[in-house]
Design a protein around this ligand. Structure first.
Ligand code: NDP
Length: 295
């Protein structure tokens, strides 16, 4: 039987609606809207699109959006000064610096300058540390979105075998941490993993965050497994087309014949990322204003 398709787009739309309603309540209670500042340096086309959609989604969720688009030539010092101003601005609850930054700017220095209590991306070392030791902090949006989809489908993850492929600081590592906190038995695979297909075959849950088009094949998947595909890869254009198709790290058409459930690309994990960013901003606003967030 073909797998259930996990509709991340619909799930994200519901989450955004819920966040929007809570953000309207927050504005009424606090006398101001929750605010998200997004900083973009340079004119990378993909980043421009992401920043534009984050701004629109923020406004649609009854929050204030502060966009700072800086030229490619911006110095690290000027960017750090902007981050300091945003840290001190009481109208700004969340700060997101769009990555990647130009080569002449040290990304780690910029992330380290963000107030951890406004770090809604969850990339600051203080938030990574909080996640590692089980304290509450901000969790990176993409893995938290994956986790929401997993618990929605599977409920209790205790004792399930989870394999996370990829060990980046923004997806793989926090994903593994969240699965461990949910009492799954977690394996983290990466480019040096031996016999990757055999490792993946043991998994009840597969999270693929690699960045290699359709690498994960049907014969790697345990029948009935839940497959979360984080990868976003653009294929070469078909003859006559000017843009190639977007695909994930999982060979969707064949894996769906074996898996129990699978996220599509696009329309799976991607939409969850912005929805969780809004949720994290709402949480930040409540904390900053000293107002309890309704359950
Ligand atoms: P990185 O490039 O930072 O990490 C990729 C990871 O995959 C690394 O840990 C690497 O291993 C591992 N890897 C590479 N090749 C192989 C291989 N052949 N076998 C096993 N593991 C391998 O990527 P990100 O974590 O930032 O992103 C991963 C993917 O997710 C990308 O396609 C990205 O576009 C997408 N993404 C999607 C988001 C969304 O909203 N849906 C958000 C963020 C990312 P090693 O560490 O050994 O090099």
């Amino acid at each position: 039987m073909a797998a259930e398709i996990i509709d991340g787009k619909a799930f994200a739309a519901q989450l955004r609606e819920k966040v929007g309603a809570l953000a309207a309540d927050f504005a009424a209670k606090a006398g101001r809207k929750a605010g998200l500042a997004v900083v973009l340096v340079g004119d990378d086309p993909a980043s421009q699109v992401y920043v534009g959609s984050k701004g629109k989604a923020t406004l649609a969720a009854n929050m204030a959006s502060f966009e700072h688009r800086l030229p490619e030539s911006t110095s690290e010092g000027d960017l750090l000064a902007l981050v300091e101003r945003l840290n001190a601005d009481p109208a700004v609850d969340g700060i997101l610096v769009q990555l990647p930054l130009p080569d002449h700017i040290d990304e780690q220095a910029v992330i380290a300058a963000i107030d951890p209590d406004k770090d809604v991306d969850g990339f600051h070392v203080a938030n990574a540390g909080r996640l590692a030791v089980g304290q509450s902090g901000f969790v990176p949006c993409t893995p938290l979105g994956c986790m929401m989809l997993l618990t929605d489908r599977l409920g209790d993850l205790s004792g399930l075998n989870a394999v996370v492929i990829g060990r980046s600081n923004i997806v793989g590592k926090p994903m593994a941490q969240l699965l461990l906190d949910a009492n799954a038995t977690v394996t983290i695979a990466h480019s040096r993993t031996k016999d990757l297909a055999d490792v993946v075959r043991r998994a009840d849950i597969v999270v693929a965050a690699v960045g290699r088009a359709e690498m994960i094949r049907a014969d790697w998947i345990k029948p009935g497994a839940t497959v979360i595909d984080v990868g976003i890869n653009r294929l070469a254009p078909e003859p006559g087309a000017n843009k190639g198709r977007l695909v994930g790290d999982v060979a969707f058409d064949e894996v769906r014949e074996v898996a129990g459930a699978i996220t599509p690309v696009p329309g799976g994990v991607g939409p969850m990322t912005i929805a969780v960013l809004l949720r994290n901003t709402l949480v930040a606003a409540h904390r900053n204003a000293g107002i309890a967030l309704p359950e």
